[in-house]
Design a protein around this ligand. Structure first.
Ligand code: C5P
Length: 307
């Protein structure tokens, strides 16, 4: 490892998310369709002597090569600080791969700089994607094979293995048993991020507390209808604004609109970039972050992710 390794950590949305029940390990049994989108964080790994160090800078998304994403159409809601310590998933990913490589003691001789653009606590998988990007960046340098990387990913979080695949992927069990799907046509994505985040364990606890009637609706239908998210009702009970954003996107002509993952971000899919940008301008307000981005195919994900 002679020079910096730079990798992109792309965000995801859930085209659909069905909660099928609770599991003995405390997790929930899922049937979800993950979709990579072009909004990304950047992970920069630098070789240098001494103990492991992590630094984080918050940045606003920019249009990179390949129309990665469009500038925000509204001012950034001030980002909550992200701890640059051992609780950060990037540090935990480095530690997990270090032990997978059977190295002794604590991680050393690398520094990681994380440039954060994906809104946090938004259901866009930012932390999990950063972790997977860290694993990919370090795997070559530390000579850890695909199996070792995957094992480390599974230990880091249920969403992390998806970010080793990218594109459109069906996730079963905890969301970590993956079946790549045929790419869907590119869609333009309007992302609306309210000024509050939702913690993932909270969203699942709120689903647990739903009355049986509301939960029964959550049993799997005949198909993975797009834009269905079984966690949405549970989160909307605490945060009604999410339902208002879903309705506004639907009224604006989105092919489908739903909360992503455990929230708080809401997405709408559009066939035309113009319609997406018009909608983003209409929904912009000082209290929200509104962005236009697009879906990525698996091949684009592989090419643009950098490893
Ligand atoms: O795996 P990860 O640490 O990302 O999950 C965060 C939390 O989300 C879990 O501790 C659990 O409360 C909840 N979760 C769940 N079922 C899943 C995925 C996550 O209950 N399939």
């Amino acid at each position: 490892m002679n020079s910096d390794i730079r990798v992109r950590a792309f965000a995801k949305i859930n085209r659909s998310l069905r909660v099928l029940g609770t599991r003995d390990d405390g997790y929930h049994e899922l049937r979800t369709v993950f979709q990579s989108i072009a909004l990304y964080d950047t992970v920069v790994v630098r070789r240098r002597r001494g103990p492991f160090a992590l630094t984080v800078r918050h940045a606003t998304p920019h249009g990179g090569r390949g129309a990665i994403d469009r500038p925000s159409t509204s001012p950034d809601v001030s980002a909550p600080p992200l701890a640059a310590d051992r609780t950060n998933l990037v540090s935990r990913a480095a530690e997990a791969l270090w032990s997978q490589a059977r190295r002794r003691g604590s991680v050393r001789d690398i520094a990681i700089h994380l440039i954060k653009r994906i809104p946090m606590a938004a259901g866009l998988g930012g932390g999990s994607s950063d972790a997977a990007a860290t694993l990919r960046a370090l795997a070559g340098a530390w000579r850890v094979g695909d199996d070792g990387v995957r094992q480390a990913a599974v230990r880091l979080g249920a969403d992390v293995p998806f970010f080793l695949e990218g594109g459109t992927v069906l996730g079963l069990e905890r969301g970590d048993v993956l079946f790549p799907l045929v790419d869907r046509p590119c869609a333009w994505v309007v992302l609306v991020v309210p000024p509050f985040g939702v913690s993932t364990p909270d969203a699942y606890r709120w689903w647990d507390a739903l009355p049986g009637r509301a939960r029964r609706r959550a049993t799997p239908g005949a198909a993975d209808a797009m834009g269905v998210n079984d966690l949405q009702d549970a989160v909307v009970r605490r945060h009604p604004e999410i339902a208002r954003i879903v309705s506004a996107l639907t009224r604006a002509g989105a092919d489908c609109a739903a909360m992503s993952g455990s929230g708080s971000a809401v997405f709408g899919l559009f066939r035309s970039r113009d319609a997406a940008e018009r909608t983003a301008r209409r929904l912009a307000s000082p209290e929200r972050v509104v962005r236009v981005t697009r879906t990525l195919t698996r091949r684009e994900y592989r090419r643009l992710a950098g490893t």
